[in-house]
Design a protein around this ligand. Structure first.
Ligand code: GUN
Length: 285
């Protein structure tokens, strides 16, 4: 048996279409949603990510500002820009691309973003609201993971979900979102004993450990939904997930490829967050 492929690219295109329609309607009413992206320095990967975010804004009709700052920017200068964007009425989402240069404390910058414009969902207020189940802006990759699971048609409620990885940006928030959907959640991490045995109990298996091809078919319950959040650049230049796709697909019921799985969903959820933030800031949601 071979698994059905969950195409993040296709799901992402469907969601983008409906976002674009809503943006057009809001724009006609004088409420065009706006995103500001801030890039400090010249990290090549960050430059690609920022260009892709700018492109998504243009394609979906958002107002967009990209602030490209010198690698020598001081923390005070960056905080002053964040403060200005917090108060700017045509900006509803603010994203400061990480990592930041050494002279800047990332936490101080994240804490300075107005929580209602924090479209990354990284501000402690949004993290806390996620924890207690209040309305918040959800971190983009975890929100994309839940969306992809839902699109399989497999119900999350009552299922055993196993999450491998406990990072603040993926593992922890994914496990909270799965609990919110009424899954029973087990978290595994680098020190977990008997990981394959535990993973094989998962009707849903979400993998975010950052180690190329580590999770093979011996970790997969027959028929499980397997979501691979990994993005590892191999020596040959190719991109690999954390899941050994060829081996895992023989056991899984549904599986995401890398590339073309979770990756395309992240920017789409960023755009969805910006749309939601704009509606809330305009009293429309
Ligand atoms: N750098 C890599 N991924 C991300 C992300 O999701 N948000 C931000 N702000 N920086 C990143």
């Amino acid at each position: 048996m071979s698994a059905s492929i969950i195409s993040g690219k296709q799901v992402s295109e469907q969601i983008r279409e409906s976002i674009a329609k809503e943006v057009q309607i809001l724009t006609e009413k004088g409420h065009r949603p706006g995103l500001a992206v801030v890039l400090v320095g010249e990290d090549p990967a960050s430059q690609v990510y920022v260009r892709n975010k700018e492109k998504a804004c243009h394609e979906l009709g958002f107002y967009s500002e990209v602030h490209r700052l010198s690698p020598a920017t001081s923390q005070e200068e960056l905080l002053a820009l964040v403060d200005k964007l917090n108060r700017q009425e045509n900006i509803h989402g603010i994203l400061v691309q990480l990592p930041l240069p050494k002279q800047i404390n990332e936490k101080s910058v994240i804490d300075a973003i107005a929580p209602e414009k924090d479209v990354d969902g990284f501000h402690p207020v949004n993290v806390g609201n996620l924890m207690i189940g209040d309305d918040s802006l959800l971190p983009c990759t975890p929100a994309g993971v839940i969306e992809l699971i839902k699109r399989t048609g497999v119900s999350i409620e009552g299922k055993h979900a196993v999450v491998i990885g406990r990072s603040n940006i993926v593992g922890k928030p994914v496990s909270l979102l799965l609990q919110r959907e009424n899954a029973t959640v087990t978290m595994c991490h680098s020190r977990t004993a008997n990981m394959a045995e535990i993973a094989r109990q998962g009707d849903i298996l979400v993998v975010a450990i950052g180690r190329a091809n580590m999770i093979d078919g011996s970790y997969v319950k027959p028929g499980a939904v397997v979501i691979d959040v990994g993005m590892n650049r191999l020596d040959n230049g190719k991109l690999a997930g954390d899941v050994d796709y060829e081996s895992a697909k023989e056991f899984a019921g549904f599986i995401t490829p890398v590339p073309g799985g979770v990756g395309p969903m992240t920017i789409t959820m960023l755009m969805q967050n910006t749309l939601l933030a704009s509606k809330r800031l305009n009293g429309l949601a």
